[in-house]
Design a binder for this molecule. Structure first.
Ligand SMILES: [Zn+2]
Length: 99
């Protein structure tokens, strides 16, 4: 079962560039002109965005992490869990916290 949450379902989107450390919070609509739509699945948004600062420097700027925040706490927690998973996958660090 794949449950794809679209970009438009989020209240705010946190975009962070791992290369230059730049991060900011945007509304989903502000990202629409940057290669995504409100229907783009959240998990694919990061791969479609690039860091404008890095691109100005002539770098690819594709090392972008996206966090989504929702109006309901349950959704927010789920989104944060998603982000944690992808960050672990990205960094190659897999240190279980245990129970
Ligand atoms: Zn950057």
């Amino acid at each position: 079962m794949s449950e794809e949450m679209p970009l438009g379902a989020a209240l705010r989107i946190g975009v962070e560039c791992a290369d230059c450390g730049r991060d900011r919070w945007l509304q989903p609509a502000q990202l629409v002109k940057r290669g995504v739509t409100l229907h783009t699945p959240l998990r694919t948004v990061a791969s479609r965005l690039s860091c404008s600062s890095c691109r100005t420097e002539g770098l690819p700027g594709k090392n972008v992490t996206v966090q989504a925040f929702f109006s309901r706490d349950a959704d927010r927690l789920r989104a944060e869990a998603e982000v944690l998973r992808s960050q672990v996958a990205l960094s190659g660090v897999s240190r279980a916290t245990g129970a």
